[in-house]
Design a protein around this ligand. Sequence first.
Ligand code: GLU
Length: 501
Amino acid sequence: MTNVRVRIAPSPTGPLHLGTARTALFNFLFARHLGGTFIFRLEDTDQARSTEAFEVDIIEGMHWLGIRWDEGPAVAGEPEIGNYGPYRQMQRMASYTEAANRLLAEDKAYYCYCSPDELDVERKRQEASHLPARYNGRCAHLSAEERAAFEREGRRPVVRFRIPEERKIAFDDIVRGHVEIDTNALGGDLVILRSDGTPLYHFTVAVDDAAMEITHVIRGEDHLSNTPKHILLFEALGASIPQFAHLPLILNPDRTKMSKRKTQTSVDAYRMDGFIPEAFVNYLALLGWSTGTEEEVLSLDDLIERFDLAKVNSSGAVFDRERLEWLNGQWIRRLPAPDLIARLRPFLETELAAGRIEWMPSDQEMSALLPVVQERLPTLAAVGELIGFLFQEDVTPDLALLVPKRWDMAATAANLREARGIMAAGRDTWRAHEIEAPLRILVEDRGWKAGDLFMAIRVAVTGRTATPPLFDTLVALGYERTLARVDRAIARLEAGTPPSL
Ligand code: GLU
């Protein structure tokens, strides 16, 4: 099955959207699994909203995800490839005019002279009578004289494609099964060219899919209701009709349709948040599809091997950021140390620029830390929160966090002082279990709760309550800096303790 040709056809009117990325991925996986061709086509006819910056964002996002196309336009410094070009709709204008002329000559389309005002009046009339909006067909059968009269009035016509009445358009969607839509629900004859000759979406998509010999149209469910129009256009153009697969909607956690307000939709924002492409692409693949087994952590190659459109679910796929973070953590754990360190660098730079760390750790420092941080990073961006305190001269813990519930300030100061004395003896044996063992004996002797002392030490030296394992943290911080921070905490506690206590 090597004649498979699929495409992703984004409009560069915004940054790469999560939904577009998922659609691109499913097309890519489908093509790669079957040895077919994956095409990238830019639907850039909305010139007012299309920008080169969005094109670059889309291309960079796809590359970041590892999605490569076999045919596509010259874009972001890359040359056009493929024999079905050009792959930008703005460069295909002649083909739309030619196709429209063909439909006009065959009376499958006609010139319509209705003005926007007239259409508006009609639309309002329909609305008032609770009828669905639909072109009333006023220009569907104009005589040559009537047309000439309109032309003399200076009207410039649009071209409308005839939509048959009372016909059911049926197709077997690979995801949704048998679908039937009545042509009466399509709004009447469809404008395919505006009065300035520029083509509209339904027309360009059908003309291009036919010209590019697309065999499978895999796209979001929001396009399902457009499909009958495209099928009618394919028929009229004498093209063969591709198979369709409409992917389930991506939903907000509250199961409403995904919206920017409730779900971060730009792919680049996830990259900036410290998600890694291995995890992101893995997560996108699971938005509506699963292997049918327990397997969840899948590389792009695994996905290509296992992907099956027939296993795509037809019900909506909830975007669950926690699951994405979990998967990201799984992938971060799998990275070789030098790779992870390199990927963390830009995030450490951000911490530095924001003043949250005061110097950049060296690669050696980072590799010493990795055993304790690697499995605790849900995202690369979490590195600052996790180990930033190591790369600051000092920390100023919140006294409220420093004092355990069972102790007061004076007790905390006194108990930390005892612990400090014990730690001070460990200069030459500053290793995790050798710091821990005598502190545990102290806790036993005094009848304290280990968690109270250890939390007080943790907050004293890191300024926070959640860190990598405490004793590894102290080792990473070093003997001198640990004792200095404990001393400062004791001093602050003592200064803050009222004399009467
Ligand atoms: N430009 C359209 C979109 O981004 C393409 C839809 C299609 O795949 O047919 O939604």
